[in-house]
Design a protein around this ligand. Structure first.
Ligand code: PLP
Length: 382
């Protein structure tokens, strides 16, 4: 969708991209400077395949400081982004045809990553009624003897849902009875939380299951470093040993320049995170207020990330001003793009139809204009 929106813009069409999957801010100056210094100092060679020592120490400090996890150096690995680390974790803990349970709505890549690792994705559907969070009851009803892993993503892409520590503990109380099941947590949006409580991570909330929890995190979103391709994983050393073997064959070693920048991202001034968050919070509030006024949309307020996942069932089976029949959320997205010049993503690609994924990682004036266009589109439906 982003590529299509960019192409249309190039052709002169006025498209507002409410579909972006990365912050619209820039990497902080001190982090960029660290990258430049790394080049100047010829820190441009292979590093250890699981990351350079200085970055691993910075990651251990971060995990202790922010997440209450006290780990040893052989309990972390660095990789070129969270995505390949999720794949490495799956390769490490599942065998061919093992099932991996994924709460839906989910980040689009999870089913494909499970598939690539030889597993079978299964889904735990969630709805607005539980704030798009999987509950202990849902989990209990879906775990079975073939389930070998659960992927937990909080703060969540696409819904913005954030699990509380208590909610994670309730999930833990079910999982403790399933000793074959690994928990792979994707904490990539950890710093983008609007409520007073910071995001809890499963390994800290449920320490008794830390011997089968792999925590994935990275620099892409909170540190605004999507293009640097840097992430890390933490967990039991045997599982990480397998991940190390996988990663060393897949990418040799993580990018040295990005690693040098990553050290400064973790150890340096953190104030940009709060500043960016304040901007995102203001946009989130504008979005929520506006979305609630638009006929055909329903919304639960996102607590984190820079996404919202409004329901669009009220638009389905109606006809757009341009005469399109909106039979699915895909049709809604198509009509929004073609008739209103707004790019959004359909819920169906996140495993949950009759929804839209809207990203407010966009300049505030454009966000307002985009929402005005969606309102105009909705008001003209027949
Ligand atoms: N996990 C989630 C939930 C994401 O939304 C994304 C990217 O959009 C990733 C992982 C991938 O992160 P990275 O850029 O570090 O590979």
């Amino acid at each position: 969708m982003n590529e299509r929106a960019a192409r249309l813009r190039k052709e002169g069409r006025d498209i507002i991209p409410l579909s972006l999957g990365e912050p619209d801010f820039h990497t902080a100056e001190n982090i960029k400077a660290a990258g430049r210094t790394a080049i100047e100092n010829n820190f441009t060679k292979y590093t250890a395949s699981d990351g350079c020592a200085e970055l691993k120490v910075a990651i251990l400090d971060k995990l202790r400081r922010e997440n209450g996890l006290n780990l040893a150096v052989d309990e972390v690995v660095v990789g070129n982004g969270a995505k390949i680390l999720i794949l490495a974790a799956l390769f490490s803990v599942i065998d061919s045809r093992d099932e991996v349970l994924i709460p839906s709505p989910y980040w689009v890549s999870y089913p494909d990553l499970v598939d690539l690792a030889g597993g079978v994705p299964t889904f735990a559907p969630t709805t607005e009624a539980t704030g798009f969070k999987v509950t202990a009851e849902i989990l209990e009803s879906l775990l079975n003897k073939n389930t070998k892993a659960l992927i937990l993503n909080s703060p969540n892409n696409p819904t913005g849902a954030v699990y509380t520590r208590e909610e994670l503990r309730l999930l833990g109380s079910v999982l403790k009875n399933w000793s074959d099941v690994w928990i792979v947590t994707d904490d990539l949006y950890e710093h983008l939380v609007y409520s007073k409580h910071k995001a809890a991570t499963f390994a800290e909330a449920v320490p008794e299951l830390s011997n089968r929890t792999i925590t994935i995190n990275g620099f892409s979103k909170g540190y605004v470093m999507t293009g640097w391709r840097l992430g890390f994983a933490a967990g039991p050393k045997d599982a990480l040993k397998t991940m190390r073997g996988f990663l060393s064959q897949m990418h040799g070693s993580p990018n040295s320049i990005a690693q040098a920048a990553g050290v400064v991202a973790l150890n340096g001034d953190q104030s940009f995170i709060e500043r960016n968050l304040a901007t995102l919070r203001a946009r989130r509030d504008i979005f929520v207020q506006r979305a609630r006024e638009i006929p055909g949309l329903t919304l639960i307020e996102p607590d984190g990330t820079f996404y919202a996942f409004p329901g669009c069932a009220g638009m389905i089976n109606r006809r757009s001003c341009g005469g399109r029949l909106l039979a699915t959320d895909n049709d809604v997205v198509e009509a929004l793009l073609e008739e209103a010049g707004v790019a959004a993503l359909p819920g169906c690609v996140f495993g949950t139809s009759a929804h839209l994924r809207i990203s407010y990682a966009i300049d505030t004036a454009l966000l307002i204009e985009g929402m005005n266009r969606v309102a105009g589109f909705a008001g003209a439906l027949r």
